[in-house]
Write a new protein. Structure first.
Length: 94
């Protein structure tokens, strides 16, 4: 098995920075509303989550070439397992 780093043309993958928190929150809220009809996630929840992970190692953003946020992923460590969460903006999901 081989691993490639091919990123589809027009997409940018990078780690989030603190100034991305509002855009990521908007994506998470849009995802929740599309999936569940409502959200219970807020800025404080995301800030708490980000405080517990290394953003430069354990989180990623997928953006279009014009910097539109398409997706967000993060790995969090629990006592017995790791959790990998992936969110796509519902208007951009295939």
């Amino acid at each position: 098995m081989s691993i490639t780093n091919d990123i589809p043309r027009g997409l940018i993958i990078r780690h989030p920075h603190s100034e991305d928190i509002t855009a990521v929150l908007d994506l998470l809220i849009a995802h929740d509303i599309a999936e569940y009809g409502e959200t219970d996630f807020n800025l404080e929840d995301l800030a708490d989550e980000w405080a517990d992970i290394d953003l430069l190692q354990d989180a990623w953003l997928v953006l279009s070439s014009d910097q539109h946020l398409l997706g967000y992923a993060a790995i969090t460590a629990g006592e017995l397992r790791f959790t990998f969460d992936v969110y796509l903006h519902p208007t951009d999901a295939p």
